[in-house]
Design a protein around this ligand. Structure first.
Ligand code: ARG
Length: 587
């Protein structure tokens, strides 16, 4: 379905043409002076130079051609040469009615692409902390945007499950429990089903080992050796590793489920271990990789580069693979198993250069087809109110789990203050609203920017916040419920010509859904969805405050209002689902 702006522009272009001017002058935009008009066209200003004519004359001639238009209620040529336009309420209502009847509110979905979204990216055996929030939240939304646009999008968590941290854990376990069968090279029996540690022990083992390796060179040596043994398939080490993964993944699953983030694939760096040697061979044979100071590298510098572009290292001089190597092998694996048209990665923006190198290397070595799109979305840091990376009150790393439970707790207090509600329901609602507060607080910021994690602001029910959007939805739900209780049927309503400014404004906002979604997709920008639903919620709430909806005596008018409520609710609910949270029935 064509957008309102497209339809209006077509009409104005026709008028330019009919008046003898280039039709391309007829582009229309939403007015930047809503006090003067709804839409504007500045084409006559540009036309003045082309036709050596006063802009106001051109604008006047075009306005005349638009006099009988079915779309416009008012077209004015104003000095020095602008065209100011208002559209007819009747035409707008017809447009909105058509939009409401269309699949996806008139959004044209795209030719199906296979998209892999690589997000989350936690390292096993380490608790999720606030730094993991953005990748999970933005990635989930990006995946959902792709799906809404009609693509086949696969989310892959890409676990960090194969590096030195595994060797560190294994070495530390060995120091603490040297008699375990995993460390007995002569042991041939079955290994225990139960892991020799719990998740909370594991979460303590890793940081202890990591700290130890920084002070104790011998321990670090052992950890490197253990990593090597694990990677070369030593049976006991593999068995211990299996325990670490199983326990850690179970915990990660629980945490991501709490965030309503779900992955189709739980693959990790370890999954491509076996294909690395083949890939290295391929890169050598193809003449792509060469030795540089003992290390195997692929040059990725291009002549047009203005910034430093170091080569992409494939193997270190000791033959060990690197973070790059696994990412490249993962690309190879994904091409083979899924044949994606696009891969989107979400990480901290400090990895911008890294991904640039990896993408160039993948293209140069022809791991991907030239048309395969490789996209990296680098996001900014979550800061505290002091503008520094968010920390606990004691200055430690903030665990994601605690961050979420803190917000839930605050929401719970708020809800119990305002209302009589049984505890279980209040807890449930606090969870739903708390999650919306966090996710919206994050997603409403442009991804590449740092933002301040301001709990007081995020949980506020006023302003540009998740709870405000949810309040709006809940308000609509409750009016619709009352309407039905009063004997009305939501199946039997239809749009009416708007009878005041706020209902017309609301309708105009409602027409913005499809073009907004297209932009959010094209720019991989969930914050555009937030900005849109904030505007839509504001328009709805103005309408609500100025209109007696259920008390309206004219039944037909009332049906028109209910139709507006239904569409507003549908669009808001669709949007929050794409953002990755839900609304409760009451709050
Ligand atoms: N595990 C990595 C880290 O903690 C993030 C992985 C991001 N994804 C990727 N394909 N490199 O930094």
């Amino acid at each position: 379905m064509k957008s309102v702006l497209e339809l209006i522009s077509e009409e104005v272009k026709e008028a330019f043409k009919a008046a003898g001017y280039d039709e391309n002058l007829g582009n229309v935009s939403v007015s930047n002076r809503p006090d003067l008009c709804e839409y504007q066209c500045n084409g006559a200003m540009a036309g003045a130079k082309l036709y050596h004519k006063a802009p106001i004359m051109i604008a006047g001639e075009v306005a005349e051609k638009l006099a009988g238009s079915k779309i416009f209620e008012k077209v004015e040529a104003v000095a020095p040469g602008f065209l100011n336009m208002d559209i007819k309420g009747e035409w707008l209502a017809e447009y909105v009615a058509e939009e409401a009847g269309e699949d996806k509110f008139g959004l044209e979905t795209l030719k199906k692409k296979k998209v892999i979204v690589d997000y989350g990216g936690p390292n096993v055996a380490k608790p999720l902390h606030v730094g993991h929030l953005r990748s999970a939240v933005i990635g989930e939304s990006v995946k959902r945007i792709c799906r809404y646009m009609g693509h086949d999008a696969i989310g892959d968590i890409h676990l960090g499950d194969w590096g030195l941290q595994m060797g560190l854990i294994i070495s530390e376990v060995k120091e603490r429990q040297p008699d375990l069968p995993y460390f007995d090279e002569n042991y041939t029996g079955e290994y225990p089903k139960e892991a020799p540690f719990t998740i909370s022990e594991l979460e303590e083992i890793y940081p202890t080992a990591s700290a130890k390796s920084k002070e104790d060179a011998a321990f670090k040596e052992k950890a490197m050796e253990a990593t090597f043994k694990l990677q070369s398939g030593v049976r006991g080490y593999r068995a211990l590793w299996d325990h670490i993964i199983r326990i850690s993944v179970a915990d990660l699953k629980r945490n991501y489920a709490n965030l309503k983030v779900d992955f189709d694939l739980w693959k990790g760096e370890s999954d491509v271990h076996d294909i690395i040697p083949g890939m290295v061979e391929y890169m050598k044979e193809g003449g792509y990789a060469h030795l540089d100071d003992g290390a195997l590298v692929v040059d990725v510098k291009e002549e047009t580069d203005t910034k430093e572009m170091p080569p992409c290292m494939i193997l270190k001089s000791d033959g060990a693979s690197l973070y790059n190597t696994t990412d490249l092998a993962t690309i190879m694996d994904r091409v083979k198993n899924y044949n994606p048209d696009q891969i989107i990665y979400l990480t901290d923006k400090r990895q911008n250069l890294y991904f640039e190198q990896v993408f160039r290397c993948a293209r140069k070595t022809k791991l991907v087809k030239p048309e395969t799109e490789l996209v990296h979305i680098g996001f900014g840091t979550v800061n505290g109110k002091d503008g520094k990376p968010f920390k606990t009150r004691e200055g430690g790393v903030m665990r994601l789990e605690y961050l979420i439970s803190d917000i839930e707790e605050r929401m719970y207090e708020r809800i119990s203050e305002n209302r009589e509600m049984n505890e279980a329901e209040a807890k449930e609602i606090a969870k739903t609203v708390g999650l919306a507060a966090i996710k919206y607080g994050d997603l409403s910021n442009q991804a590449s920017k740092d933002y301040i994690f301001d709990v007081d602001k995020f949980i506020s029910s006023e302003g540009n916040t998740g709870p405000y959007i949810l309040y709006t939805i809940v308000r609509i739900k409750s009016i619709l419920k009352k309407y039905e209780e009063m004997g009305g049927s939501v199946a039997d309503v239809s749009f009416k010509t708007p009878d005041n400014a706020s209902s017309k404004d609301l309708m105009k906002e409602l027409t913005g859904f499809a073009p907004m979604m297209k932009t959010a997709y094209d720019e991989v920008a969930p914050h555009k969805i937030c900005a849109y639903i904030y505007g839509l919620s504001n328009a709805f709430n103005s309408f609500y405050h100025e209109t007696r909806i259920l008390a309206e005596e004219d039944e037909e008018k009332k049906k028109g209002y209910i139709a507006l409520l239904l569409l507003t609710k549908d669009i808001l609910e669709t949007c929050i689902d794409i953002l990755g949270f839900d609304a409760p029935d009451r709050m």
